[in-house]
Design a protein around this ligand. Structure first.
Ligand code: UD1
Ligand code: UDP
Length: 367
């Protein structure tokens, strides 16, 4: 189908759809507001449950999305395809001057692809991350998004080197730090001063519990892998005698029920708000996770991390000594826990100084 060349408007479109995108785009949105730059939020509706979506808009005081496409859940092709159709309709109506996406979800790919096909410039926040594991849907999304973007906001020099190695021209790459540092710095004090502490409410003692998140498709959609990780977590609860708290992602809850898996030694709770989760993270003795954002946050907060995956696109966390990979083997989870409990948490945060949002906005406004 032929697309007419459109005259572009002045608004920047922020396309987002899931929990980490809302959190990591919040510093960019704040910086746009401060700069008085016209923008609007286009929510794909990939995440829609209150505690994966609305709660973050409320807590971070973000402007409501001008559009919510209510795409919901589905297979990759179905979900991404529905987004692509609906995002294109919005862009054709709004003619945004630029589209900003953050991360590696299906919403990111749909937003970037729809914009590129309409000759609208795309800025990719968190560009240049690679796990080199093409089985992960996120890896495909980030490679494709990077290669159709016009502004690549790399969080670290390492990410820049990866992009250069793939032939991305240097003039398209901006090393800004990761916006998660901004989000943590902007919210940690508020989280700490929150009288209704989630740590206390859960009956936990600071530094006397382990915190877990686990939701990645390759972990929880495989019965054997999910069961092995739960066994490892169950064993650390017994062996180290500390509560293991797991705010569970709805995907994982659904798969646990479907596979009829149990984890009697874990404290499974509902997903938390960002402030609540930050409190739990900063007070945890150790974090075990397969989340990208949580690997970064533990590193920023000085809490040792065990990544329940065979690889990571955040190698900086391994290099500074904040994180180790344990895969899905119970023995490695147990030994890794013993090892990380000994680790001195005096590493330097490799993800920037908390001004990534400002730098990104300055770049796109001056362009
Ligand atoms: C998606 C991203 C993943 C990211 C995660 C953040 C892709 C390919 N995956 O994974 O990279 O780490 O978001 O949390 O884009 N569900 C609900 N309520 C919701 C949303 C989902 O109950 O609001 C349940 C549904 O059963 C759904 C399942 O979770 O089928 C998976 O949701 P989906 O958005 O497809 O993937 P995530 O696992 O959330
Ligand atoms: N998070 C949250 N509540 C929770 C679990 C996580 O607010 O119960 C936040 C966490 O602080 C981080 C983000 O969600 O900023 C990570 O999102 P997720 O793990 O879903 O996705 P990923 O980062 O793996 O793409």
């Amino acid at each position: 189908m032929e697309m007419k060349q459109q005259t572009l408007g002045t608004d920047i479109a922020i396309v987002l759809g899931t929990r980490p995108e809302i959190i990591k785009m919040s510093p960019v949105i704040r910086a746009l507001e401060r700069a008085g730059a016209p923008f609007f939020v286009l929510h794909t509706g990939q995440h829609y449950s209150y505690d994966l979506d609305r709660v973050f808009f409320e807590e971070l005081e973000l402007p409501c999305a001008r559009y919510n496409l209510e795409v919901g859940s589905g297979s990759h092709g179905e979900q991404t395809g529905r987004m692509l159709i609906a995002v294109e309709e919005v862009f054709a109506k709004e003619h945004p001057a630029l589209v900003l996406v953050e991360g590696d979800t299906n919403s990111v790919l749909a937003g970037a692809l729809a914009a590129t096909k309409l000759h609208i410039n795309v800025g990719h926040v968190e560009a240049g991350l690679r796990s080199y594991d093409r089985q992960m849907p996120e890896e495909i999304n980030r490679v494709l998004t990077d290669h159709c973007s016009d502004y690549l906001f790399a969080p670290t020099e390492n990410a820049r080197r990866i992009l250069l190695g793939e032939g991305v021209p240097d003039e398209k790459i901006y090393v800004t730090g990761n916006t998660i540092v901004d989000a943590v710095f902007q919210n940690l004090e508020i989280a700490r001063s929150d009288a209704a502490s989630d740590v206390t409410a859960l009956g936990l003692e600071p530094k006397e519990y382990f915190l877990v998140t686990l939701h990645r498709q390759e972990n929880v959609d495989s019965r054997s892998r999910f069961a092995a990780i739960l066994e490892g977590l169950d064993r650390i609860a017994t062996q180290f005698g500390l509560p293991v708290v797991y705010p569970i992602h709805p995907r994982s809850r659904k798969m646990m029920m479907q596979f009829d898996l149990r984890a009697t030694n874990l404290r499974i709770i509902e997903p938390l708000s960002f402030l609540g989760f930050l409190q739990l993270e900063s007070n945890a003795r150790l974090i075990l996770t397969d989340s990208g954002g949580v690997q970064e946050e533990s590193c920023i907060l000085g809490v040792p991390c065990i990544t329940l995956r065979d690889n990571t696109e955040r190698p900086e966390t391994l290099e500074v000594g904040a994180n180790i990979l344990a895969g899905a083997q119970p023995d490695r989870i147990v030994t890794g826990t013993g090892l990380m409990l000994q680790r001195r948490n005096d590493w330097t945060n490799p993800f920037g100084d908390g001004t990534a949002g400002e730098k990104i906005v300055k770049t796109v406004i001056e362009a």
